[in-house]
Each structure stands twice: as C-alpha cells, then as structure tokens.
Ligand binder design. Structure first.
Ligand code: FAD
Length: 420
C-alpha cells in the first residue's frame, strides 16, 4: 500500500509526485506511455512554468532549451514586441522545449526525489470503496487496476490517496464521475513542427487575426514558437464558447494560417516535419468534482488551463504542487479535511481570475468585438503590455500599475455581474 498513487506523468502528475516524494511520502506513478514520448502541445513555457521548474530544481536542465524573452504579437498588418514583464515571483524569460524532452525531465526529477514511476502502465479502472458518497464529490478511491501495456499483465496498485492527472480526456476521472461543464469555453488546438530559418528567434509569436477563407476573425490565435534546433512549433488554437465555432475545422484553420504567416519564417508543407496533431483544452476549472475523501484531480483532468491564453503546463505544475501540499497534510493526520482545502486553494488561486477569463472569452467570441479589440490594442504598446500581463496571469501583488488596475476593474465587474 503506497501513500499516494498518481495516474499520469504529465506536468500535473509529475509535479505532484515530485513534491510528495520530496516531502518523504511513498509515491507511485503510473504512466501509460514510455518516456521519451510525443505529446501534442505548443511546447511554450511562460515565466509561470519556468518558476515551477526552477522550484523543482530543473533550472539547469532548462539551460539547453531555447530561451525567449517575450511575445511578438501580430494582427491586421501590425506587429509589436512585448518583453515578459518584471515580476517579484516570476522570471522575465520563457523557454520553448518539446514535451518529448520536458516531460521526461520532470518525471525523472520525481523519480530522483523518490517516486516510483511505472512507465508503459495504464490505469484501467479505479478501485472504489463504498461509503462517503456525496453529491458534488468524487467517490472513495483507493487505487487502480493497472495493465502493463507490453505484456498485458494486470495487477492492483493500492494507495491511501489517489491523484487523477490523466490529462484532457481523463478517462480515469470520468470513471470516477468527473465531467466537464459545457457552459465553460473549450479550447481546440492543432500543432505541427516545421523547419525554419528563424528557428532561433528570441520571441515567441502569436497572430491574433486568424480566419478561414473569407470568414470573420475567429476567437483564438495562431502561434509560431521557435525551438532553436532548426524547427519551429506552429499551431492554431480556437476557443469555442457555448458550442459556437465547434464547426470550424482546425486543419483548415492551420492551412490558412500557414498561408498568412510572415514569409520570413519560410513555412510551407515542404518543410513540415510530419502531419499536425491536435487536442482539446479544458479550461477555467471546468471539470468537477475535483475532490473526494481520498482523491484529487490536477491539471487538465481538473480543467485547469487558463482560458485567456490556453496555457496549461504551468497550471499542471501549480495544481499538482497545491494538491501535494494538501495530500501531505492529509497523510500527516488531517485526513479528508485537508483535501477539501485543496478545493478552497484552487478557488483562492484561480476562481476569480477564471471568472474574469470566462467573461473575456464570451466577449471575444463576437468576431467584430475581437477584431475591434485587436485593432485598437495593437496601436498601443501600453495597452498590449497590460493585456500580456493580464492574459499571462502575471499581475503583481506588490505594485499596482495599469495592468493591475485594469484587472481589478474587470474583476469587480465579474463579481458584480456573474456570468456576464
Ligand atoms: C495543441 C496544443 C497546444 C498546447 N500548447 C501549450 C503551450 O504551448 N503551453 C502550455 O502551457 N500549454 C499548452 N497546451 C496545454 C497543455 O498541453 C496541457 O494543459 C498540459 O499538458 C496539461 O498537463 P497534464 O499533466 O494535466 O496532462 P497531460 O500533459 O495530458 O498528461 C497526462 C499524462 O497521463 C497519461 N495518462 C493518461 N491516461 C492514463 C492512464 N489511464 N493511465 C496512466 N497514464 C495515463 C498520459 O499518457 C499523459 O502522459 C497545449 C495543448 C494542446 C492540445
């Protein structure tokens, strides 16, 4: 019997396992794939992710990855370079590193701290125990029936607590009864690798005027993230609020973006490194319940992606860390009450910000509003700097500037008019 069983070794699961093992707990992780493994992602690390990786002792390991110093924002013929803001808690740099490499680094870090990581091992079914069922809570889960994907051998792994960290599709979480609230926006994204002469550009680039054919602009953005190894990660992300934009084919959007991207990147099907792959982005803490008497969900399995920018790696690390701290308290004798505190901490850390984000998404889902915002914003470095800070969740608590004041205004509206 382990103290904790973690299902999935992506950012959420590996960070949770690292912090638990670092605190001396007996942690087992099951990961259905074998590292290194491909993972569909934009591979972009913002300062929030860099902070978490640094805290896990991985600053040195990042040194080999491609470093960037900000975001180049493009739209309607205008371009603006925005450096990452100075912040007391976050560095002013980001990185681009393939998830192929990154996820292995963090899983190995967890292993070095003492976690046991069973690779090629899939959690097929939760082990459930009767009792404690309550509406709005996950059931009591004390382990999983796992399958070795090479031999098909099955066995049970039991633990006092279980962490659901199996990503956006979260089959394990669904088996426990977690569902995504369809009232929240959902992101859909597609990415591919391309060889590019600008593979070592020092800015990541986003394009805010995505459209298919002669359509109006769609809520979302196209990105070009330089990897520094001859390749760039190119993708499109689309926000679907209230089922709107569900019909848009992301492959068509990607082709349109390749045509519209600046020629200097040299993007074309001829320099593609393989067919693009896509996935869903559950955002705004849209998946619930997230807590039961012996179980918590983290990362995409909790729908933790930031709706403002589609960033999920940092939120996987952060929610994994928050969960680890609460699980440590539960194991130290506080029991279930400490897990309920995880839910409170999620609300404190992200609740209001994600409500503001939801209103923001509802607003930019109107193509004309989206276009007006981008056209206006792109004329002012100050406005775009404010937006970068708000959308990247990089506001300061110690100094109130334009971004913080704007956010406070938006938050006051979100509080006063819930579900605007
Ligand atoms: C196209 C695209 C681009 C994106 N770009 C960015 C970006 O540039 N920056 C950013 O910050 N975020 C980005 N995101 C979001 C980001 O990828 C996710 O938010 C992040 O991966 C969430 O981490 P996680 O640990 O919760 O889940 P995951 O990374 O999905 O990890 C879950 C792990 O669980 C394993 N697993 C699943 N089921 C089981 C099971 N039953 N048993 C055992 N193991 C299991 C999986 O193999 C996987 O390794 C992007 C997403 C997409 C789709």
């Amino acid at each position: 019997m382990h103290d904790v069983l973690v299902i999935g070794a992506g950012p959420g699961g590996s960070a949770c396992a690292y912090w638990l093992a670092d605190a001396g707990w007996d942690v087992a992780v099951v990961e259905k794939k074998r590292f290194p493994r491909e993972k569909t992602c934009g591979d972009g690390l913002t300062p929030r992710s860099v902070r978490q990786l640094t805290d896990m002792g991985l600053a040195g390991a990042l040194a080999g990855a491609h470093r960037h110093r900000g975001l180049r924002s493009c739209g309607f013929g205008l371009t603006m370079e925005l450096a990452w803001p100075r912040h007391p808690s976050f560095p002013d740099v980001g990185y681009v590193i393939t998830r192929h490499d990154l996820d292995q680094l963090v899983a190995e870090r967890a292993e070095k701290a003492g976690a046991v990581v069973y690779q090629g091992t899939e959690a097929a079914e939760p082990v459930l125990e009767d009792g404690d069922e309550a509406p709005g809570r996950l059931p009591r889960c004390t382990g999983a029936l796992v399958v070795d994907r090479a031999t098909r051998a099955t066995r049970f792994i039991r633990a006092r607590y279980v962490v659901v960290a199996d990503g956006a599709n979260s089959r394990f979480g669904r088996a426990l009864g977690a569902t995504r609230d369809r009232g929240h926006p959902l992101g859909m994204a597609l990415r591919g690798y391309f060889r590019s002469p600008r593979h070592d550009d020092e800015f990541i680039e986003s394009h805010l005027d995505l459209r298919v054919g002669g359509s109006e602009v769609v809520p979302g953005y196209g990105w070009i993230f330089p990897l520094g190894d001859g390749r760039v990660n190119v993708g499109v992300g689309l926000l679907s609020a209230e089922g709107k934009y569900k019909g848009i084919n992301t492959s068509h959007l990607m082709s349109a973006f390749l045509d519209q991207a600046p020629r200097s990147w040299g993007l074309s099907p001829q320099v593609s490194c393989g067919p693009p792959t896509g996935g869903k982005l559950p955002m705004g803490l849209s998946v619930a319940p997230r807590v039961g008497p012996t179980v918590v969900a983290v990362g995409d399995a909790a729908g933790a992606i930031n709706p403002m920018n589609g960033e999920g790696i940092a939120y996987g690390y952060e929610t994994g860390r928050l969960a680890a701290a609460c699980l440590g308290r539960a194991l130290s004798g506080e029991g279930t009450a400490a897990l309920d505190d995880y839910e409170r901490q999620l609300e404190d850390a992200y609740g209001l910000y994600y409500r503001v984000a939801r209103d923001f998404v509802a607003l930019i889902s109107h193509p004309r509003i989206m276009e007006a915002c981008v056209r206006t914003g792109m004329r002012s470095q100050t406005v775009m700097g404010v937006l970068l800070k708000i959308m990247g969740n990089l506001m300061r608590g110690d100094e109130i500037g334009a971004a913080e004041r704007t956010y406070q205004g938006l938050a006051a509206i979100a509080r006063a008019v819930p579900g605007l």
